[in-house]
Design a protein around this ligand. Sequence first.
Ligand code: ATP
Ligand code: MG
Length: 254
Amino acid sequence: MHRSIIPSSHPRAKSLYIRELLVNGFRNGIVAPEGLIAHGRGETFDYLLGENTTETARTAIKAACSLLLLASHPVISVNGNLAALCPKEIVELSNLINADIEVNLFYWTRERELAIEKELKKRGAKTVRGIRSKDSARIPELQSERRTVDQDGIYKADSILVPLEDGDRTEALVKMHKKVIAIDLNPLSRTSKAAAVTIIDNAIRALPAMIVEAEQLKQKNDKVLKKIVDEFDNSKNLSESLEIIRCGVNARQR
Ligand code: ATP
Ligand code: MG
């Protein structure tokens, strides 16, 4: 762990700490080199959003948790960056909402999927799906490595949480009539636009916030949860995040 080399008084300490998590993940074989670059795209948006979970993101988090709690077969899709950023929270959220955990990689290698499985199990995951076998299924129309999914996981799921997803697969999952819930810092990405609910926030903050929200929403009945989902408008929510990016602090404080 390299945290000690970043002075906590540094004005950019949090951002540097997140980078360290990813670099450590890269060194441990969990993060792909391209994942480090993808993080760079994400952190640009995070900077513009004020590096905090906005009220707009909180509205989406509430809708996301309601949708996941209403699902009969929810799955959390995990890639290298997510496993490096918040492995403990992935396991905690999956227990809370009764979701499967499935590894799904754009830059797939056997070594990396096994390293991610090991990390999640170390954090308490009992079952990790998506480790390729002869029984793996394929998402129709998708050419990337991300098309290979678990027969009894993503392939059969009705709702899928996809933090840091590629637009191609989001669109393919929507075509398969799945409810896709995205966590993506870019309100302009294809993923953000195609998902049913998009949380415009850094996954490292969004997952702990989802855990708190899901704990509260678990006490509510289905009727209340359905109302939250019905009242949520993803395009309106995305426009609000864009407005925050455009107008900065003033829009955030409004
Ligand atoms: P799309 O394929 O959806 O059009 P893209 O090609 O621009 O998007 P990808 O590299 O496919 O982007 O996916 C990575 C996405 O994850 C980017 O939109 C990036 O902003 C986002 N991202 C990176 N790091 C984080 C993070 N820590 N939390 C949330 N989102 C992140
Ligand atoms: Mg992409």
